[in-house]
Design a protein around this ligand. Structure first.
Ligand SMILES: [Zn+2]
Length: 200
């Protein structure tokens, strides 16, 4: 790479989010600090917020929900956005949309609950990215299990303290990550903890 790359770390506190820019070729490492914490990740093309990371397109292109190193995460326009370089967990979620107040009302009767939807909107606004009707993130460390009958169960993440996934940007991207604020289910092991991000 010929451009100047900047390395830095971010600690995302529990129930908070952060956004940042990656230049093409930069490496993003997302680390589960204490274990069993989901990180909702969304990404947009650096100069066009209408192109975004698309989990459905990614599943269509990969023909699997179980990504492995070497796999590419695609945009809604089928362009490579991020490549998986390393993954110490091997189980993440592509099918659940971001938690939002209406979900907390529907499932837990808690309509005022903090949510990934609003956390992502808030940190994306720093880059002028307009609020979508919903976020469809790549839910890192989320453990959604689908059985042979199609029944869906969210189970505790398989990640232990220090587990991580490492991704390489295949284009300039704006990334936002929310440390999911759901302490109401096994999704985050009934406890919300921080997510660490390293960019190099
Ligand atoms: Zn969430």
């Amino acid at each position: 790479m010929t451009h100047q790359q900047t390395a830095y770390d971010l600690l995302i506190p529990p129930k908070e989010g952060r956004s940042f820019k990656l230049e093409k070729g930069q490496i993003l490492k997302v680390i589960d600090v204490y274990g069993q914490q989901v990180a909702d990740l969304v990404a947009y093309r650096g100069n066009d917020p209408k192109e975004r990371l698309d989990p459905s397109v990614t599943m269509d292109a990969l023909r699997t929900m179980n990504i492995k190193p070497g796999d590419i995460l695609y945009s809604n326009l089928y362009a490579p956005m991020l490549t998986v370089l390393e993954d110490t967990v091997g189980k993440h979620d592509f099918i659940n949309s971001a938690c939002r107040p209406e979900m907390y009302e529907f499932l837990y009767n808690k309509p005022d609950h903090r949510s990934c939807y609003h956390i992502l909107n808030s940190v994306l606004s720093e880059f002028g990215i307009p609020q979508p009707d919903q976020h469809y993130p790549f839910n890192i460390f989320m453990n959604t299990v689908i059985d042979g009958r199609g029944d869906i169960q969210v189970e505790a993440p398989l990640s232990d303290a220090g587990d991580y996934i490492k991704l390489r940007a295949e284009m300039d991207v704006i990334v936002a990550i929310s440390a999911c604020p759901c302490e109401d289910s096994v999704c985050n092991g009934y406890q919300c903890t921080p997510i660490r991000v390293e960019i190099s």
